[in-house]
Ligand binder design. Structure first.
Ligand code: B12
Length: 217
C-alpha cells in the first residue's frame, strides 16, 4: 500500500466524490498497516487540493466540491478514532478553544487540527463553524483556555481572525491566550500583520505551536 499508485487511488476516489470507494480504500490501507496520518497526508490532502484547483478553474462546481467533502468526512469517521487511540493515554497538556470564523463554514481542516491537538493531549473545545469573534473569547474565559485556534479559508473571512484578537484586547486579556491562526487563505505574513502568536500551514504545525505555547507559559 505504501506505493504511490495506491495513494493515487485514494486521491482519485476523493476527487470523484466516491464516498464508498474512499471508505473502502481507507479500510484496506489501515488493514495493510498504513498510518492514519499517512492516509490523510498522502492519500487525501493532495486530492482535496486538486478539487480546490479544479473549482477555481471552473472545471467542477459546488456539487462536486460538496461530494468530495462528504467523501472526506466519511473517511474521517473511520480515521479519527484511530488517530485518537494513540493519544488517549497522554496526560492533559492544556486547553484549546477552536473554531472556524464567522461567515466561513469550512470545517475539514479545523477538525483535523482539533483531532491532532487531542492526540497530543490537549483538551479541545470545538465551537464548530461560523463562530463569532466574541464567542471564541467568551468560551476561552469560561474554560480557562491556554490557546485560541481560529481557522479561516476564505479571503473574505480572514479579517475575523483579527477581530478575535481585538476582542481579546478589548477585554484586557491579551496576555492570557496564545492565538493561533491557520486555514487556506492565511499566511505567516497575515498572522504577523494582525499580531497573532502563531501561524500553522498544517495541522502538524498547529500541534507544534500549541505544545511550544504551553511549555512557555
Ligand atoms: C471542501 C471545500 C468546501 C466544502 C467545505 C465542506 C466542509 N465541511 O468543510 C464546501 C463545498 C461546503 C465549500 C463551500 C464553499 N467554498 Co470551499 N473549498 C473547499 C476546498 C476544496 C477544500 C478545503 C479543505 O477542506 N481542505 C483540506 C483541509 C485539510 O485543508 P485546510 O482547510 O487548508 O486545513 C489545513 C491547514 O490549512 C491547517 N489549518 C486549518 N485550519 C487551521 C487553524 C489553525 C489555528 C492552524 C494553526 C492551522 C489550520 O491545517 C489543516 C490540515 O493540515 C477549498 C480549496 C482549498 N484548497 O482549500 C475550497 C475553497 C476554500 N472554497 C472556496 C469557496 C469560494 C467556497 C464557497 C464560497 C463556494 C460557493 N460558491 O458557495 C463556499 C463557502 C461557504 C462559506 N460561507 O463558507 C474558495 C475560497 C476562495 C478564497 N480564497 O476566498 C476555495 C479556496 C476554492 C477555490 N479555489 O476557489 N467548500
Amino acid at each position: 500500500m505504501s506505493d504511490e499508485s495506491s495513494f493515487e487511488k485514494l486521491n482519485n476516489a476523493l476527487i470523484a466524490g466516491d464516498k464508498s470507494g474512499l471508505e473502502q480504500g481507507v479500510g484496506d490501507a489501515l488493514k495493510e498497516g498504513v498510518t492514519p496520518s499517512d492516509i490523510i497526508e498522502k492519500g487525501m490532502s493532495p486530492g482535496m487540493k486538486e478539487v480546490g484547483e479544479r473549482f477555481a478553474r471552473y472545471e467542477i462546481y459546488l456539487p462536486e466540491m460538496m461530494m468530495a467533502a462528504e467523501a472526506w468526512e466519511g473517511a474521517m469517521q473511520i480515521l479519527e478514532p484511530k488517530l485518537l487511540e494513540s493519544g488517549s493515554e497522554r496526560k492533559k497538556t492544556g486547553r484549546v478553544v477552536i473554531g472556524t470564523v464567522k461567515g466561513d463554514i469550512h470545517s475539514i481542516g479545523k477538525n483535523i487540527v482539533g483531532a491532532l491537538l487531542k492526540m497530543s493531549g490537549f483538551e479541545v473545545f470545538d465551537l464548530g463553524v461560523d463562530v463569532n469573534a466574541s464567542a471564541f473569547v467568551t468560551k476561552a474565559e469560561e474554560v480557562g483556555a491556554d490557546i485560541i485556534a481560529a481557522s479561516a479559508l476564505m479571503s473574505t473571512t480572514i479579517p475575523q481572525q483579527k477581530s478575535i484578537i481585538e476582542h481579546i484586547e478589548a477585554r484586557g486579556a491579551r496576555g492570557k491566550y496564545c492565538v493561533l491562526v491557520g486555514g487556506g487563505s492565511t499566511s505567516q505574513e497575515w498572522a504577523d500583520s494582525i499580531g497573532a502568536d502563531g501561524y500553522g500551514r498544517t495541522a502538524g504545525d498547529a500541534t507544534t505551536l500549541a505544545l511550544k505555547a504551553v511549555a512557555q507559559k
